[in-house]
Design a protein around this ligand. Structure first.
Ligand code: NAP
Length: 493
């Protein structure tokens, strides 16, 4: 049953191929199985897509393996031009793709539109990087030989992506893999397969040869990706998702010593010092907390604010967050969409209840259900006086909840920020340059936002340390994840 609202919504969903993309062709799953894609603002089905079997997943790998040698020999400029054309096509269709993303993921259309632009930037950036894959020529220190260093494609890759940024998490991997000359199998999250299927069609229309990109959708991730990870023909696994699943995949990948990149969970601290520009801090907090309805690995998970400004900061943040309009992401004026599913909403509610039971105070929002509203909505919530043992200071919230705690000294603030097994990103607000440098250098994270609440940019190396993973996506570094270094020792008399 389809509950899609307008005819425009029906049209954008109808346009997307719903099958598996294998060896340049769209086809049904073996046995014809399908899985439903849900609209999180209503909880009802939008459409069905193919439910791949393990056999279908292996057919994707077969196609990637068959295409690898020929694809690696395609001139870099040609590989880059395919990406550039795909970027242009993505931007030409930005509005319809944004609506499609909102329908399957829930965020407001303006945010989906921003994600399409962000996703496109990875295609554009790596179109430019494809022609800068360089090596080195050197004379050995004793003069007895020459040393030639080259960078070659790693080979067929498996790329697994999450639901929270349904397209950008794909292009962050597909862009560099295409640029490097790798073939690939992509498995998007089961909640949001439509954006990836639309992207595959765009890449196909942009001239990507058959077999370079293969995509399968499935209700069982482990059953379908397991055989690929166990297959020695696979040369690389790049995963974006939870730390828990990342750990399992790393264990599995050890069987064949498979090369892996892991973009995992976060627990970002947001530090506001007494000398901060409070307007900028509140503005930054709104972006760092509310982007993607709080369902971002980079979301500010906990606010550590100097005691002298904590009251004013909490009051102003609560005012801004409390004033946001909740609703279906495709409706005008909506600023906060639903969470992805019931499970996620229940988890956020449980974390808020735990904090309240332990003594936190709710300034705005709260765990009560919003009466008469069907989707998986949770109101923007600000909590103060959050005790150290509250679970939401340690666990990834993944929802629109801002817990605020206080500190007295810089030393205390840094210790609190680093008190986590995660290390993706931190935000720092201060007008003191010496302090900014000291704090940035001591934070145990892969990225820092100084006086701003957004770090994501295709031209920068995105990634974490500690249990937020390893490997970098974007920037000059991003393509290295898809290249192996080979060195030739050349005798020279
Ligand atoms: P998830 O449950 O770990 O799932 C991520 C992907 O892995 C999905 O495609 C999922 O497929 C698949 N998967 C799940 N279990 C698997 C298994 N046993 N074997 C193989 N694949 C498996 O994460 P999520 O809930 O979708 O995404 C949210 C998480 O992603 C958060 O922790 C967030 O911080 C993290 N994230 C990190 C970054 C980053 O760059 N560091 C960026 C975005 C998100 P199904 O959907 O079919 O289960």
């Amino acid at each position: 049953m389809s509950t899609i609202g307008s005819s425009r919504e029906q049209e954008v969903v109808a346009q997307v191929p719903k099958g598996l993309f294998v060896g340049g062709e769209w086809r049904d799953a073996t046995g014809g199985g399908t899985l439903a894609v849900e609209d999180p603002s209503t909880g009802e089905a939008l459409c069905e897509v193919a439910d791949a079997t393990p056999q279908d997943a292996l057919a994707c790998l077969d196609a990637a393996v068959a295409a690898q040698a020929e694809w690696a020999a395609v001139p870099p400029r040609e590989r880059g031009e395919i990406l550039r054309r795909a970027w242009e096509a993505l931007m030409a269709r930005q509005d319809e793709l944004a609506l499609l993303m909102t329908l399957e993921m829930g965020k407001p259309v303006a945010e989906s539109s921003a994600e399409i632009a962000y996703a496109g930037e990875f295609l554009r950036w790596f179109a430019e990087e494809a022609v800068r894959i360089e090596g080195r020529w050197a004379t050995a220190p004793n003069g007895g030989m020459r040393m030639l260093t080259m960078r070659q494609p790693v080979g067929p890759c498996l790329l697994i992506t999450p639901w929270n940024f349904p397209m950008a998490m794909g292009t962050r991997k597909i862009g560099p893999a295409v640029a490097a000359g790798c073939t690939m199998v992509v498995k998007p999250a089961k909640q949001t397969p439509l954006s990836m299927l639309a992207l595959a069609q765009i890449l196909q229309e942009s001239g990507l040869p058959a077999g370079v990109l293969n995509v399968f959708t499935s209700r069982s991730a482990s059953r379908t990706t397991g055989p690929l990870i166990d297959d020695p023909r696979l040369r690389k696994l790049s995963f974006t998702g939870s730390t828990e699943v990342g750990r399992q995949l790393m264990a599995q990948a050890s069987g064949h010593v498979l090369r892996v990149s892991m973009e995992l969970g976060g627990n970002a601290p947001f530090l506001v010092f007494e000398d901060a520009d409070l307007d900028a801090a509140v503005e930054g907090a709104m972006v760092a907390k509310m982007r993607n309805i709080g369902e971002a690995c980079t979301a500010a998970n906990r606010f550590h604010v100097h005691a002298s400004v904590a009251g004013a900061f909490a009051e102003r943040l609560a005012q801004r967050m409390g004033g946001l309009q909740l609703g279906r992401g495709s409706e005008d004026g909506v600023q906060v969409g639903p969470l992805i599913d019931d499970e996620q909403r229940d988890k956020v509610r449980e974390l808020v209840q735990d904090a309240l039971e332990k003594g936190a105070r709710c300034v705005v929002g709260g765990p009560e259900r919003i009466p008469g509203v069907p989707g998986h909505f949770f109101p923007p919530t600000v909590l103060t006086d959050v005790p150290d043992d509250a679970r939401l200071l340690r666990e990834e919230i993944f929802g629109p909840v801002a817990p605020i705690t206080t500190f007295e000294t810089e030393e205390e603030a840094i210790a609190a920020a680093n008190r986590t097994e995660y290390g993706l990103v931190a935000y720092v607000f201060t007008r003191d340059l010496d302090r900014a440098i000291r704090v940035i250098e001591r934070l145990e994270t892969g990225m820092v936002g100084l006086n701003q609440g957004l770090v994501s940019n295709a031209a920068a190396p995105f990634g974490g340390v500690k249990q937020s993973g390893f490997g970098r996506e974007g920037g000059a570094e991003g393509i290295d994840e898809y290249l192996s270094i080979k060195y030739a020792a050349i005798r020279a008399n």
